[in-house]
Design a protein around this ligand. Structure first.
Ligand SMILES: NC(=O)C1=CN([C@@H]2O[C@H](COP(=O)(O)OP(=O)(O)OC[C@H]3O[C@@H](n4cnc5c(N)ncnc54)[C@H](O)[C@@H]3O)[C@@H](O)[C@H]2O)C=CC1
Ligand SMILES: N[C@@H](CC=O)C(=O)O
Ligand code: NA
Length: 436
C-alpha cells in the first residue's frame, strides 16, 4: 500500500527557458496534480550545467546538481529539457534502459534518433512522450498519436516555428530589421540555443519529420526533409508581398502521394485572407486533412517557457497516471516503409525576384528563357532601385518580379539559374513559393 502511494519521482534535466518553467508548474500545482494523478509527484532532482546560475524562487536549491546521470538514475520519469542530439540521447536512452519513462521537448533528438528511442521505450515497457516537441503548447502530437489513430491522415500544413513567425511578423507589421526581430525572439525565449536552426528552417524541419512519422506511421528523419529557411527574405520581399495583399510565412508541408511521403519546409507567400496569414508573433498553427475527420486546425503558442512547460507538464501527468495504473501509453510503431518522394515531383507557383540592368530588351531576354523552359509567367512588375549599383555598369538597377503559374520546382530553379547567367542580371535572385 505504501508503495502504491509513494511519490512518483520526476528528474528534470535542464533548468533553462523550458526547464525552469516546468519546475514552476510542478511546484505551484503540486497538490492539484497529485489529485489528477491519484498519487503525489515530487521533483527528485534538477540537473543543469551550472547550478550557481539558476535562481528561481520556486526552485529548491538543494535539488540542483551538475551530476546529470545521478538525476537520471533516481527518477521514475526523466524530463529531458537540455536540447540537441548529443548528451540528451545518452541520458534519454540510459533513463529508459533503467526503467524510467521519458518526457522530452527535444524535436532535434526525435527527428534524428526517433526509431531508436521509440524502440527502446517499447523494449523496456516505458513511455516516451513529447507533446512540446511540435507546436509548443498546441496539442498536436497527441491528436496524431492517439485521437486520429482511427483515421488516415492525408496531409498537413502549418507554421511550426515561433521564432521565424515572430521575425516575419515584426518585419511585416513594424518594419523591423531581421536582426533586431531575431534578438527580440531570443530575449523572449522563443529561439533555440543556437538560433541558426530556427532561421535556416531546421527546427521546423525537425517538427515536419515528427509530424510525417506520426501521421503516416513510417520513418521520416531530418535528412528526409527538404529545408529552406528565411535568411534570404528581404524587406523588399516583404514590401512586395504587402503591396499584393500577401504575407510571407515559413511553412512545414507534409504529404503523401503516389511518389511517396514528402516533408518540406519553405517560406511562402500567402493571401491575407488565408487563415495562416492571421497567425501572428510566436503563435503556431497546423492544418491536418484526414480521410474521415476532414479538415482539422490546431492553433496556439508555439514557443516560450510557460506555454512549452504546459505541454511538458501535461505529458508528465499522463505518464505519471500510467505509472500509477501500472501501464504505458501506445507505442510508436512505424509499420509502413514509404519512400521519400523526390524533389523532382514538387510543383508550385513561384514569385521570383531578379536585379537587372535598366536597359531596353532585358525583360524580353528573361521571358524568352522562361518560355524556352516551359515556365509560364502569370504576372510581372518592375521598380527602380536607385540605391543599388552593379560594379562595372553605369546605369540604374531595376528590381524585376515575376510570378509563375504552377510549375515544377526543378525546372523553375534551372530556369532562374540560366537567367542569372545573363550579363544584364546582377546579385542573387529570390525565389518564394506562392500558396493558392
Ligand atoms: N524555448 C522554447 O520555446 C522551446 C524549446 N523546446 C525545446 O526544449 C529544450 C530546451 O530548450 P530551452 O529551455 O529553450 O533551452 P535552454 O538553453 O534555455 O536550456 C537548456 C538547459 O540545459 C542545461 N544543460 C545543458 N547541458 C546539460 C547537461 N549535460 N546536463 C544537464 N543539463 C544541461 C543548461 O544548463 C540549461 O539549463 C530543447 O530541446 C528545445 O528545442 C521546445 C519547444 C519550445
Ligand atoms: N525555437 C522554437 C521553439 C519551439 O519549438 C521555435 O521558435 O518555435
Ligand atoms: Na505541442
Amino acid at each position: 500500500m505504501a508503495e502504491q502511494n509513494a511519490p512518483i519521482r520526476v528528474g528534470l534535466l535542464g533548468a533553462g527557458t523550458v526547464g525552469s518553467q516546468t519546475a514552476r508548474l510542478l511546484v505551484e500545482q503540486k497538490d492539484e496534480l497529485a489529485q489528477r494523478i491519484g498519487r503525489p509527484i515530487e521533483l527528485s532532482g534538477i540537473a543543469c550545467l551550472d547550478p550557481e546560475e539558476v535562481d528561481f524562487p520556486w526552485i529548491d536549491r538543494s535539488l540542483l546538481t551538475s551530476d546529470t546521470m545521478s538525476v537520471v538514475k533516481n527518477a521514475d520519469i526523466v524530463v529531458e529539457l537540455i536540447g540537441g542530439t548529443g548528451v540528451a540521447r545518452t541520458f534519454v536512452l540510459e533513463a529508459m534502459n533503467n526503467g524510467a519513462s521519458v518526457v522530452t521537448a527535444n524535436k532535434a533528438l526525435l527527428a534524428k534518433y526517433g526509431p531508436e528511442l521509440y524502440k527502446t521505450a517499447e523494449d523496456n515497457n516505458v513511455d516516451i512522450y513529447f507533446e512540446a516537441a511540435v507546436g509548443g503548447a498546441i496539442p498536436i502530437v497527441r491528436p496524431l498519436r492517439e485521437s486520429l489513430v482511427g483515421d488516415q491522415v492525408k496531409d498537413m500544413l502549418g507554421i511550426v516555428n515561433g521564432t521565424t513567425n515572430y521575425i516575419l511578423d515584426e518585419m511585416t507589421t513594424k518594419g523591423l530589421d531581421f536582426d533586431v526581430a531575431l534578438k527580440e525572439a531570443q530575449a523572449k525565449g522563443y529561439a533555440e540555443a543556437d538560433p541558426t536552426g530556427d532561421i535556416e528552417g531546421y527546427d521546423a524541419a525537425n517538427k515536419a519529420a515528427i509530424m510525417a512519422t506520426l501521421g503516416f506511421h513510417t520513418n521520416v528523419g531530418i535528412d528526409d526533409v527538404t529545408v529552406e529557411g528565411i535568411t534570404h527574405i528581404t524587406a523588399d520581399d516583404i514590401a512586395a508581398a504587402t503591396a499584393e495583399g500577401k504575407v510571407v510565412k515559413l511553412l512545414a508541408v507534409v504529404g503523401k502521394d503516389e511518389h511517396g511521403v514528402s516533408a518540406r519546409v519553405y517560406p511562402a507567400l500567402i493571401r491575407n485572407e488565408h487563415p495562416l496569414a492571421s497567425v501572428r508573433g510566436s503563435f503556431n498553427a497546423v492544418f491536418v486533412r484526414a480521410e474521415y475527420a476532414d479538415d482539422l486546425m490546431f492553433y496556439g503558442r508555439g514557443a516560450g517557457g510557460a506555454p512549452t512547460a504546459s505541454a511538458v507538464v501535461g505529458d508528465i501527468v499522463t505518464v505519471a497516471r500510467h505509472i500509477a495504473a501500472g501501464c504505458t501509453g501506445p507505442a510508436i510503431r512505424m509499420y509502413n516503409d514509404y519512400p521519400i518522394a523526390p524533389l523532382s515531383t514538387s510543383k508550385a507557383a513561384f514569385a521570383v525576384r531578379f536585379l537587372i540592368h535598366d536597359n531596353p530588351g532585358v525583360l524580353a531576354k528573361i521571358s524568352t528563357i522562361f518560355a524556352k523552359n516551359g515556365v509560364s509567367i502569370n504576372g510581372v512588375n518592375q521598380d527602380l532601385k536607385p540605391t543599388l549599383k552593379d560594379p562595372g555598369y553605369d546605369g540604374e538597377i531595376q528590381q524585376l518580379r515575376l510570378v509563375t503559374h504552377m510549375t515544377d520546382e526543378m525546372t523553375l530553379r534551372a530556369t532562374v539559374a540560366e537567367v542569372c547567367e545573363l550579363d544584364c542580371v546582377t546579385g542573387d535572385p529570390s525565389i518564394i513559393r506562392v500558396l493558392d
